[in-house]
Design a protein around this ligand. Structure first.
Ligand code: PEP
Ligand code: MN
Length: 480
């Protein structure tokens, strides 16, 4: 705030000279002092209005006194891995639920987390075999807050409308007035669930669940019996054959690299009181501030305003960050964002997650790529083929068609090839469960199948068979 008056004066004078009708009161980001709480002075979207501000502050205090979920050293390693992906030396696989849920966590006792982890491992085996090293990132251990296109929701065939559900970290999904009131205690529940999730993921990643020398054991029960499962079995045969061959040649196959996986966690940085409370100084460089709620945080397509609170928060944290790039993102706006969020052009710092829609990617992606190239900005390009392809099923369900999802992935690879840039990875909404939320795929799920097992708390997820199938198709497309 100390530099604000002078900068504001300069901006106002510039506006007056230009005869601008509006007052420009926001100084350029670089001139403002950043703190974990400096977002509070900026306009904010998609934020809950808590009925009791004192209760919010009480929760923030408890979170500030709590343990970090992730550590700065791990976070820096992810930045380095993402920098590799920006050069085409690694491929990013980021995936998980649209929204993690308290009830699902209680219902499955961690099995849903373990299954999603196994699925991501299967997908990364396929991609490693065909494309190269895979940077594995879950939408997990903090993916609770949801941006909504409407502030209110109306029940089907009912006159009653209530405030929208904003994710379990904010309010409840049940369609009644009391559930929809934002409750700060939910931040503590989300944090506790995230610590348990993180603990499970760390055990899975290093405790033998990802031991490639026992690759036959890496599978999901229901996927085994699907066409995707049989195709995966073929990969398993080839990988174990290669390992046996190496072993016969005297190459040690008990390397830690084969026995453990590096696994990172990520979520949308939406609920800023939670994010701010979990900021900590770096272990090696105390001058840096890390968000310790996850290794990788991203800005949603609805909260990436250059003068907004979410961009302000992201500007100062040392984590690698993502920006969701939808069809409404102007190339010049993107360059402004890059200037604010990565002024030093650090490789691995910025991942651009494009989510255009199958029909829009061919025209929508090239202008963004060209602007970034012309500016010389280093970014990692990742494709989210889910969020631009959400549709309403005739049966009333929110769904996605597997064909459109794959079309967008194919378009992503084609455009990057044409532009001479690197298609760096995939960002997916998926679950290890045998749900019926997206139509299509080799299982040929139809609109009539959706009612059978539709469980998501928010957007429709690819089930394990569909996700694995997408990994095969992506591997084929990327491998040429
Ligand atoms: C999401 O990833 O769940 C999401 C809301 O995406 P977007 O901001 O791209 O709409
Ligand atoms: Mn979603």
């Amino acid at each position: 705030p100390s530099s604000l008056p002078r900068a504001a004066m300069v901006a106002r004078r510039a506006a007056a000279l230009a005869g601008a009708p509006r007052m420009v009161a926001t100084p350029p980001a670089a001139e403002r002092v950043w703190t974990p709480g400096s977002w509070r002075t900026m306009p904010i979207k998609q934020t809950p209005t808590y009925p009791d501000q004192e209760a919010v502050e009480e929760v923030e205090k408890r979170l500030r006194a709590g343990v970090p979920l992730v550590f700065s050293g791990e976070t820096d390693r992810l930045t380095a891995a993402l920098a590799k992906a920006s050069e085409g030396k690694a491929f990013v696989l980021q995936g998980g639920d649209c929204a993690e849920s308290f009830t699902e966590f209680a219902k499955y006792g961690g099995n849903n987390i373990a299954d999603a982890f196994t699925l991501l491992m299967q997908m990364s085996i396929v991609l490693t075999y065909s494309v190269g090293p895979v940077v594995k990132i879950g939408r997990m251990a903090g993916q609770f807050a949801k941006p909504r296109s409407s502030a209110v929701e109306r029940a089907k065939n009912a006159a009653l409308s209530l405030p929208s559900y904003r994710g379990d970290i904010i309010n409840g999904e049940a369609f009644d007035e009391a559930s929809r009131v934002p409750d700060p205690e939910r931040m503590v529940t989300a944090f506790t669930q995230s610590t348990a999730t993180m603990n499970l993921l760390r055990t899975l990643a290093t405790g033998g669940a990802m031991d490639l020398t026992r690759i036959q054991d890496i599978n999901l029960q229901f996927v085994k019996d699907t066409p995707a499962g049989s195709r995966f079995a073929e990969y398993v045969r080839q990988v174990s054959g290669a390992l046996r061959f190496m072993h016969s040649c005297g190459v040690p196959v008990d390397s830690p690299a084969l026995k453990a996986a590096e696994f990172y966690v990520s979520h949308e940085s939406l609920l800023l009181p939670y994010e701010e409370a979990l900021c900590r100084p770096g272990a090696r460089d105390g001058g840096k501030t890390y968000a310790t709620s996850g290794h990788f945080l991203w800005l949603g397509d609805r909260t990436r305003q250059v003068d907004g609170a979410h961009v302000e928060f992201m500007r100062g944290i040392a984590n690698p960050i993502g920006i969701k790039c939808g069809p409404t993102l102007d190339p010049s706006e993107l360059l402004e964002l890059l200037a604010i969020l990565n002024p030093d052009n650090t490789p691995g710092r910025i991942t651009l997650i494009t989510r255009m829609g199958a029909g829009k990617i061919a025209d929508g992606l090239p202008p963004l790529i060209r602007a970034v190239q012309a500016a010389g900005a280093v970014v990692t390009w990742v494709c989210d083929p889910c969020h631009g392809n959400t549709e309403s099923s005739p049966s009333g369900y929110k769904t996605r068609n597997f064909e459109n999802v794959f079309q967008e992935v194919r378009g992503f690879f084609e455009v990057h090839k044409r532009e001479g840039t690197i298609a760096g990875g995939l960002h997916l909404e998926l679950t290890g469960q045998n749900v019926t939320e997206c139509v299509g795929g080799m299982q040929a799920l139809s609109h009539d199948d959706l009612a059978r097992r539709y469980e998501t708390s928010c957007d429709p997820r690819l089930n394990a068979s569909q996700a694995l199938e997408l990994a095969f198709l992506a591997a084929e497309t990327a491998g040429g």
